[in-house]
Write a protein that binds this ligand. Structure first.
Ligand code: C2E
Ligand code: CA
Ligand code: CA
Length: 463
């Protein structure tokens, strides 16, 4: 009996080993799966896409075209933020269904991560057919319905690069597809762009400018100028100073019209805007202390800045840090803020007003302004856009329009400021029409604080 024992032992050891091997194999397969496939959609992941592209390129001795398509879902973050991750996942799975349905055997669809997908197309097709093929996918994506989101329309932006024309290596080709996708997003989303050489330079230039803007904030290359708003009641007293940002760059002094849009696009407007508010309040607080001044400081707020979650808190922080009296601060907002979400804007403005801050509606008349909006908005002041002031000299009906605007604003208990006043004629007309305040080159240009200090000292006679 004894001699059988080792054999039995051996067998059981063998079995254990087999079981153990099987476990290892299973684990390996699992690991392999995890490292090559995306858990949510089951699609090949970035690593697999990269490796498949490598092998497609290696096996393609005739240099037949291979199309590398990157696409990403427009405003995906919005779906996730407003409807939750479940809805976001559902959307990704619906996109996956479309891809699984559309792709040919020899091609590959994968998920790069987040809401980004990639297609590798090597079946023989010319650029036009590829375009039509992708366009069908684009169309199908735009027809996806998410039950929870009645009015959210999905869409996607596509970028395409072509082997061997745009590059010979996988990394380069993927970069080109990414660049083209970036372009597609930039020109309004929901479209398809093939990579073009110029895109590279354009995007490099943009990155360069973005970097300069980031550095400008770090190196404090921005400064503020202030433009006074004068009363038209005959006293010539100053109601407010509007803070306007300037950028002293290596290219000279740059106007906000040039860099604010870029700052808005990149989100840099949030720290820049905070810097403006902080600096304006600090300087103004000092001015008030020195001259016992009774005026406001007006700070321009971009819609992007206001939509930021941390906006109210950053206003509170600035008030606290600068020990600024909130009733001396005025925020100038524009109508573009209102079109997105009137309800949310009204709520936000109410919160600001509760802090004691003044609110002014800037560039009035240029946007979507309607009386209905105005009635609902908790604002104090209306700034009539320069274009209406410019027209005073031109036509009789423009005078009437401007006059009507002023009366309407007064009817709603709003203070009226006219901006961009350049001539005596305009000033006289505004005065006779009952406009409350005026701002413009005729009365005072935007100037640095040292100049403003002198101006205040002079007008107050306390030099
Ligand atoms: P805005 O808020 O409408 O500011 C008025 C602009 O008109 C200023 O241009 C001012 O210098 C100019 N201006 C004032 N009076 C006259 C006049 O009599 N004639 C003419 N032709 N122009 C006059 P600026 O400083 O170049 O600012 C342009 C725009 O950039 C501003 O328009 C505002 O929308 C934006 N901006 C300026 N500073 C800031 C800021 O700190 N934050 C944000 N978000 N935007 C800013
Ligand atoms: Ca303004
Ligand atoms: Ca304005």
């Amino acid at each position: 009996m004894r001699k059988f024992l080792p054999e039995e032992e051996l067998r059981s050891q063998n079995e254990q080993l087999k079981e153990y091997n099987e476990q290892i194999l299973e684990k390996e397969v699992k690991l392999n799966y995890i490292s090559y496939f995306d858990a949510l959609t089951g699609l090949p992941n970035r690593q697999m896409i990269l490796e498949r592209l490598q092998s497609m390129l290696r096996l393609n001795q005739n240099k037949n075209p291979i199309y590398i398509v990157f696409f990403d879902i427009d405003h995906f973050k919005h779906v996730n933020d407003t409807l939750g991750y479940r809805a976001g996942d559902e959307l990704l799975n619906k996109v996956t269904e479309i891809l699984n349905r559309s792709m040919a055997q020899e091609d590959l669809a994968g998920r790069l991560g987040g809401d980004e997908f990639a297609l590798l197309i090597q079946q023989p097709m010319d650029e036009n057919s590829v375009f039509r093929f992708i366009d069908q996918i684009r169309q199908s994506i735009s027809e996806i319905e998410i039950p929870e989101a009645h009015n959210i329309r999905t869409s996607a932006s596509f970028g395409v690069s072509v082997y061997p024309f745009d590059g010979e290596e996988e990394i380069e080709l993927m970069k080109c597809a990414d660049t083209a996708m970036f372009k597609a997003k930039e020109i309004g989303r929901n479209n398809i762009q093939f990579f073009r050489g110029e895109m590279k330079e354009e995007i490099l230039r943009r990155f360069e400018r973005e970097k300069q803007l980031t550095d400008a904030l770090k190196n404090v290359e921005f400064f503020l100028v202030f433009q006074p708003q004068f009363s038209l009641d005959g006293s010539d007293s100053i109601r407010s100073f509007e803070a306007l940002i300037r950028w002293r760059s290596s290219r000279g002094i740059i106007s906000p019209m040039e860099f604010i849009p870029l700052a808005e696009k990149t989100g840099l407007i949030i720290p820049i805007g905070k810097w403006v508010m902080q600096t304006a309040c600090q300087m103004f607080q000092k001015l008030c202390e020195q001259h016992d001044l009774d005026a406001l400081v007006s700070v321009n707020i971009s819609a992007v800045q206001m939509r930021d979650e941390g906006f109210i808190q950053s206003v509170k922080d600035v008030l606290e840090e600068t020990r600024m009296d909130p009733s001396r601060l005025e925020l100038e907002i524009t109508e573009s803020m209102l079109i997105d979400s009137l309800e949310e804007t009204v709520q936000l403005l109410k919160e600001l007003k509760a802090l004691g801050i003044h609110i002014s509606l800037d560039d009035f008349g240029t946007g979507y302004s309607s009386l209905n909006y105005l009635k609902m908005l908790p604002i104090d002041t209306l700034k009539i856009d320069k274009t209406f002031v410019d027209d005073v000299a031109a036509e009789v009906y423009s005078k009437k329009l401007l006059g009507d605007m002023i009366h309407m604003a007064h009817h709603l208990n709003l203070t009226v400021v006219a901006e961009g006043v350049e001539t005596e004629e305009q000033l006289e007309f505004l005065r006779t029409t009952g406009c409350d305040y005026a701002q413009g080159y005729l009365l005072g240009r935007p100037e640095e604080m040292s100049f403003i200090q002198e101006l205040v000292a002079k007008t107050r006679g306390d030099r």
